[in-house]
Structure formats: C-alpha cells, structure tokens
Ligand binder design. Structure first.
Ligand SMILES: [Zn+2]
Length: 205
C-alpha cells in the first residue's frame, strides 16, 4: 500500500484522545483491510452523528439536535423543572452522565479541560472565562457553584485555580464548594459509581 495513503489516514487517527502514532497506523491498516460496506457505514455514521451534534450555549456540553425545546440550549439547561440555583462544573461532557444517576437535579458547566500543574497561563485552553460570564448573567438565581474534578494532581490543581479565578468577582450570595471524600483517588469522574458520587456530593465543602 502506498505510504502516503497510510500517512494521510494515520494523521487523522492520531488526533483521537490517547492514540499514539503506532496505534494510528494500525487503525489505518485496519481500515484498508475492511469490506467496503463497513467503511462506508462508518463514514456515514460519523458524518451523520457529527451533523446532529451541537454545543449548548449555556453549559457547553454537546447535545443532539431535536431533543431540546429551546434553540441553542441542551435538554438539561432548557428543563425548567431542574434546580437553576446550582451549577456543577466538570472537566468534560461525559462526566455529566454519571450525575444523572444521582439525586443531583441542578445544572452543569463543561470546563473543556483540566488545568495542568505545569501550565503558566491558567486561563488558556479552558472555558473558565465563559464560566465567569455565566455566573454574572445568572447571579440573581445562582446560590452554589460545585467544582467536580477528578482526585488527580491536575484535578486538584484545577479546583484551586478555578477558585482563584472566580472568587474575586463572585457575588457574596454565591458559594463555591468542591466534591467531598468518597471518590477513588486517581480515577476519572466519568467512571465513578453513582453511590460514591452521591456520597461525595453530600459531603461537599
Ligand atoms: Zn446545556
């Protein structure tokens, strides 16, 4: 097989999270060895999934078009029956799914990335500035911002950094809390079990 073709495909796969150059190349060879019907189904599924995905203008999570009754807002943000006085701030959209299996019934915000310890400019690469804007816009209804990052060095650093950034301009009636003990150290939040997450939500401080 032409090396250029493998290179071209590998460059697309290497952008996947956690995929290195060797794995990307394996994917490229895998695709070339498949039946045309599979490759076509894969390409169609990717394009169709991506075209129906939108980013919520309020919480920044990705949602599927057609499941919300308010344009631009996901089904969580547009749900009037939810508690609009609390926002759980998570690293990524997948982290929200485990909250759906707890008693938490408030809103969310997706930071987009953790803030690595080594990073000097702590605002770069995350949506923390947008979080500040949202707090200002919702200051009359908001009561609590709950930071929910994994118990990893970068997660704890993010917790601290976000507090430092938002605290100076935070209205007095809004509290910042963090998840309490109960979650496993080092684990990604999206893999937390709902019971442990519930316990750590109750023990937030
Ligand atoms: Zn939303």
């Amino acid at each position: 097989m032409n090396n250029d073709t493998i290179e071209r495909l590998s460059k697309l796969f290497v952008r996947f999270p956690g995929i290195g150059e060797r794995q990307a190349k394996r994917f490229a060879y895998f695709i070339l060895a498949q039946q045309m019907s599979y490759v076509q189904a894969l390409a169609t599924a990717l394009v169709s999934a991506r075209s129906s995905a939108h980013t919520c203008t309020k919480c920044l999570r990705i949602f599927e078009t057609g499941i919300s009754n308010q344009p631009g807002l996901c089904e969580i943000c547009s749900d009037e029956s939810r508690d609009h006085s609390t926002i759980v701030v998570v690293e990524k959209g997948q982290d929200i799914e485990v909250f759906a299996r707890t008693e938490y019934h408030g809103l969310f915000f997706v930071l987009g990335s953790l803030i690595p310890i080594i990073q000097k400019n702590i605002i770069e690469g995350t949506h923390v500035a947008y979080l500040q804007t949202r707090i200002t816009q919702e200051k009359d209804t908001l009561k609590e911002i709950i930071l929910a990052f994994p118990l990893t060095p970068n997660g704890e650093h993010t917790d601290q950094a976000v507090r430092e950034i938002i605290s100076p301009t935070l209205p007095e009636n809004i509290a910042i809390t963090s998840l309490g003990r109960g979650l496993s150290t080092g684990a990604e939040l999206e893999y937390a079990d709902p019971a442990s997450l519930s316990a750590s939500l109750k023990k937030r401080e």
